[in-house]
Design a protein around this ligand. Sequence first.
Ligand SMILES: C[S@@+](CC[C@H](N)C(=O)[O-])C[C@H]1O[C@@H](n2cnc3c(N)ncnc32)[C@H](O)[C@@H]1O
Length: 271
Amino acid sequence: MSDSGWPADRIDTEHAHSARIYDYILGGKDYYPADREAGDAMAAEWPALPVHMRANRDWMNRAVRWLAEEAGIRQFLDIGTGIPTSPNLHEIAQSVAPASRVVYVDNDPIVLTLSQGLLSSTPEGRTTYIEADFQRPEAVLESAEFRSTLDLGEPVALTVIAIVHFVLDEDDAVGIVRRLLEPLPSGSYLAMTIGTAEFAPQEVGRVAREYAARDMPMRLRTIDEAHEFFEGLDLVEPGIVQVHQWHPDGTGEKGIRDEDIAMYGAVARKP
Ligand SMILES: C[S@@+](CC[C@H](N)C(=O)[O-])C[C@H]1O[C@@H](n2cnc3c(N)ncnc32)[C@H](O)[C@@H]1O
C-alpha cells in the first residue's frame, strides 16, 4: 500500500510514464528514476521542454479561470488530469465559485494513488475521480460518478489538456472528443491543448522519438488538424494559438519564444 492507503502495486516503476515525466519536469516529487532519466534525455534534446510544459500548465490555469469568470461555468469534466499539481483545476474554479463541481479522469494508477489531492473540494462544491481510459468515452459517460456529480441540464466545460498527442490516428482522437461533448448541453465549452511540432520541428521531433523509444508514441498535429477538434463549435478569441499567446495575463514566464512552445491551446463554445 502507498502512504495514502491506496494499493500502489499496480504502478510500474521500471518504465517511464507520461504523467510522471511531466511531474518531474514541472518540479514535482511524484516520479521514479526511470521518469527522471527520460525527462533528462528529453530536455537534453530540447532544452525548452520545461518552459513548454510550464506554459501548458499556466494555460490550464488561465483557461479555467476564464471559463469560471467570463463564461460562468460551474461544472468541469477534466480528461487526463495528471498528478495533482497546485493549483489543481478545482482549486482555480472554486476560488471563483466555491460551489463548482469537477469530475477528474485519468488512467494512470499513480494518479489514482495520489487522487486524494484532487478531492479536497470546498464543502459547497464537489470533486470526484474516475479511473478510466478516455479512449472508451462510455466508461466515463456511463459511470455513476459522472452522472451523480454533473447536472447535464447545465453547461459543462470539457477540458482535454496535453493528452491528445498520445492518441494515434487509428484511435480517432477527434471522434473521442466529439463523443464526450455529445451529452453536454448547448452553452458548454471545449478547452484543449494540442501538441504540435510546427514551431521547432527538429527539436520536438527528437523529443517525440524519446517518448516513442519508451513505448509512448506521439501524434503531433498541424494547425489545420487542430481545427478539426473544434468543427461546429464557436471558438473564443483569439482562436487556436500557441498556449503562451492565449489570453496572457502577465503572470507566466517572461520572454517565451514561439520556438519554445509545442502546444496549441483553444477554448470554444458548443452552440
Ligand atoms: C501530460 S499529462 C497532462 C496533465 C494535465 N492535463 C495538464 O495539462 O497539466 C497527460 C495525462 O493524460 C493521462 N492519459 C494519457 N492517456 C490517457 C487515457 N487513454 N485515458 C486517460 N488518461 C490518459 C496521463 O496518465 C497523464 O496523467
